[in-house]
Write a protein that binds this ligand. Sequence first.
Ligand SMILES: NC(=O)c1ccc[n+]([C@@H]2O[C@H](COP(=O)([O-])OP(=O)(O)OC[C@H]3O[C@@H](n4cnc5c(N)ncnc54)[C@H](OP(=O)(O)O)[C@@H]3O)[C@@H](O)[C@H]2O)c1
Length: 220
Amino acid sequence: MKIFVIGGTGRVGSQIVSNLKQVGHTVAGSFNRSTADSDVLVHLDLHDSVAINREKLRGYDVVYFAAGSAGGDLVQVDLYGSMKIMQAAKEAGVSRFIQISSAAIGSIFHDDWYRGPHGDYLDYNIIKYVSDEWLIHNSGLPYTILRPGVLMDESGSGKVTFDVHHRTYNAISNVALVAAKLLDYPRTINRVIAMGDGHLSVDDALAELPPVKSVHQAGN
Ligand SMILES: NC(=O)c1ccc[n+]([C@@H]2O[C@H](COP(=O)([O-])OP(=O)(O)OC[C@H]3O[C@@H](n4cnc5c(N)ncnc54)[C@H](OP(=O)(O)O)[C@@H]3O)[C@@H](O)[C@H]2O)c1
């Protein structure tokens, strides 16, 4: 498949690019401000218009969204940037959109949102929630939303869980592994999957997912 990873220089996105390449996909990852030091990187700015970015996505089967402003420009990048790129993907004929989101957003009106680490990320969580809702209800794209909790810069066990009830910790390599393997499991289409580091191999965890009952079935 031809796959475009938005945020291809990021901590998660760069590993998604490598994992997908390793299994034989044709992959382009985007950079914005970083220096492109790889021939698989293409410049893409989420501040640009739908029309500009649509041409960059033309010819790709799948788009991953693994970009983010790290709190610096939440509205223009994480929210409106993601919505515009969904529209660009739709107009470019992309047939699947995979969004890296956040596990904290499964319970938007829960008191936890105002306490502890969740409170510090309230604006981020609100914006990721709205972006996810747009993808599900307005984009017109077949989607998968992957919701890890806290991302950890540590070596991953390769073992995960999708049975998530609390804030989770996730080795970045585990998130990138699940993200890449979503393509092998059709049951992950039109599904929201919350994840954390756990005890199942990624393949076992994905194989155990029950059929989709509703758009909010998994991880909420
Ligand atoms: N941090 C967490 O604990 C956490 C938890 C759950 C989910 N997430 C989500 O996981 C995803 C990946 O996070 P991460 O920590 O891997 O991100 P990261 O390392 O901060 O990388 C961010 C990526 O976004 C790109 N980017 C930033 N502004 C852009 C713009 N205007 N146009 C196009 N690209 C832009 C960056 O490109 P350049 O470097 O080239 O500028 C980079 O590739 C994000 O969607 C994030 O919201 C994060």
